[in-house]
Ligand binder design. Structure first.
Ligand SMILES: Cc1cc2nc3c(=O)[nH]c(=O)nc-3n(C[C@H](O)[C@H](O)[C@H](O)COP(=O)(O)OP(=O)(O)OC[C@H]3O[C@@H](n4cnc5c(N)ncnc54)[C@H](O)[C@@H]3O)c2cc1C
Length: 196
């Protein structure tokens, strides 16, 4: 029997291990913490589940959905929308950023001035901050993107990240409120469950 060593029992490690086992590998999974799941885990306190990490799984591929659904029962939520609360505006906005919502923002004039200087999704940016400020301007960046890495990965400055990720696929979307179903995605929200 072939053997495999998987380091890290997060979503990726657990999935890789499962696939290897299905291919008849003898798998050893090493996880440095006392629980599996990595960034996708649920803690329980006083009987109440506290989810930490993914609640939504998005894919355009039905076969991927069917595959995951075999292990993690999920439900489709075509009506779901990504809204983010911006404290300084005391408003909810869609994410990815929707051009159509800019007129509702208190600093719309400033944002529109900055957008004229931008190039759409600058692929040559040196770091994540530069990517976003040159793609959507400093005001939209600070309002909707800047604190994301701190929340997700405890990274204080986006200049420390040298890759160009576009969270949720696109820097600036034209139309508001497209449902996941319209976009052809299979939107999924998992209820709190332990990873086995
Ligand atoms: C608050 C929050 C919300 C999120 N929401 C979503 C969402 O809605 N949808 C979505 O798709 N994604 C979401 N994510 C992102 C998602 O959590 C990650 O993309 C996913 O966890 C990455 O999986 P991974 O297996 O690559 O890494 P991780 O989940 O980070 O797993 C890595 C594992 O490796 C272990 N490890 C590290 N070093 C070692 C070592 N030397 N030896 C042994 N083990 C080691 C770690 O302890 C960890 O268990 C969210 C993340 C956060 C923090």
């Amino acid at each position: 029997m072939k053997t495999a060593l998987v380091i890290g029992g997060g979503f990726g490690g657990c999935l890789a291990s499962q696939l290897l086992v299905e291919k008849r590998f003898d798998v050893t999974l090493i996880e440095k913490t006392s629980f599996l799941g990595g960034g996708c885990k649920t803690f329980y306190y006083g009987g109440h589940p506290y989810t930490y990490g993914p609640r939504h799984f998005l894919t355009k591929r039905e076969d991927v959905w069917q595959f995951l659904n075999r292990y993690l029962p999920m439900r489709r939520i075509p009506e779901h929308e990504f809204l983010t609360y911006v404290e300084r505006d005391q408003s909810f906005y869609h994410f990815p950023i929707h051009r159509d919502e800019i007129p509702e923002m208190p600093d719309a004039e400033k944002i529109n001035r900055e957008l004229k200087e931008c190039r759409a999704e600058n692929p040559s940016a040196a770091n994540l901050e530069e990517f976003w400020t040159t793609s959507v301007g400093p005001t939209l960046y600070s309002k909707l993107v800047e604190s994301y890495s701190k929340k997700m990965w405890q990274i204080d400055s986006n200049t420390e990240l040298t890759f160009s990720i576009i969270t949720k696929g696109v820097a600036l979307r034209e139309r508001p409120g497209q449902s996941l179903l319209e976009r052809g995605d299979f939107g999924v929200s998992r209820g709190p469950q332990r990873l086995r």
